[in-house]
Design a protein around this ligand. Structure first.
Ligand SMILES: [Zn+2]
Ligand SMILES: [Zn+2]
Length: 265
């Protein structure tokens, strides 16, 4: 093991030891819901501030995908109400049931860095596939679209808080996929936490409505990653770009729509 690998391992172990010391918090039946809400709102906050600044400063407006569309307090408040309602009325009872039937386990050893990276990426790829299939089905079958997915399409221009503006069935399906994958891959609880944080951040980024030079879409090579531009086009055009993060499923199913294609038409 090289010295840098040793340092990374030590850092993860210190973090894991600290988390294990917070057992009363971690083992609380309310922890999953509070953790999910806190991570989600923390990821939305910088973009919400940008939305506020955008109406005053042109400097930020050039990074906005649909600069003519403004985010109003009414729109933001409607999303916040829905998010709190879904978390309190549906996720909280489920989280309490899960806590009752499956107590939290915390092994003494932290995972190593390569296994964290490998497992988080594998969970993301699996989630991407599951959501692509769920999403395609809920657009192709009109009854499914109108009953369960239409609500998420209320906004034709995305902004961060629209990420979790969904009906109950959609929220429960997505929560189920994100909990299933770490269990399927037998991930370490710390890896599971990293996956939840990454997954929430990437879905907020995809709905942020901003495309920066440092956005994941511009950092991942060969157009393998869609991101904000990709998902904003889905909200605008409905029948394209069904995958939440990567582009390979849309490429394979012929449903990929890129900015270049749009400009050519
Ligand atoms: Zn959709
Ligand atoms: Zn969306």
């Amino acid at each position: 093991m090289t010295s840098s690998e040793c340092t990374q391992r030590l850092l993860l172990q210190s973090l894991w030891d600290w988390l294990r010391d917070q057992q009363t918090v971690l083992r609380s039946p309310f922890f999953p819901v509070l953790f999910s809400l806190t991570v989600y709102l923390s990821c939305c906050l910088p973009y919400a501030c940008l939305d506020l600044l955008c109406s005053r400063l042109t400097l930020f407006r050039r990074f906005k995908i649909q600069p003519q569309r403004k985010v109003t307090w009414v729109m933001a408040w409607r999303c916040l109400r829905k998010i709190f309602h879904n978390h309190v009325c549906f996720l909280l009872p489920l989280s309490v049931m899960h806590w009752y039937w499956k107590p939290v386990v915390s092994p003494p050893l932290a995972p190593d860095v390569p296994s964290v990276v490998r497992d988080v990426l594998a969970c993301l790829l699996l989630f991407d596939m599951q959501y692509f299939l769920w999403h395609l089905l809920h657009h192709k079958v009109p009854w499914l679209y109108h009953s369960f997915h239409k609500e998420h399409h209320l906004n034709t221009a995305t902004f961060s808080l629209t990420t979790e503006y969904t009906g109950v069935w959609e929220m429960l399906s997505l929560s189920f996929f994100s909990m299933l994958n770490p269990a399927l891959l037998n991930c370490h609880p710390l890896t599971e936490m990293f996956f939840f944080i990454t997954n929430i951040y990437l879905s907020v980024e995809a709905h942020s409505g901003y495309e920066f030079p440092w956005s994941p879409h511009n950092l991942v090579p060969f157009g393998l990653y869609g991101g904000a531009q990709h998902h904003d086009l889905h909200h605008l055009k409905f029948k394209v770009n069904y995958a939440p993060y990567f582009t390979h499923w849309d490429r394979l199913f012929g449903t990929l729509w890129e900015e270049k294609t749009q400009n050519e038409e």
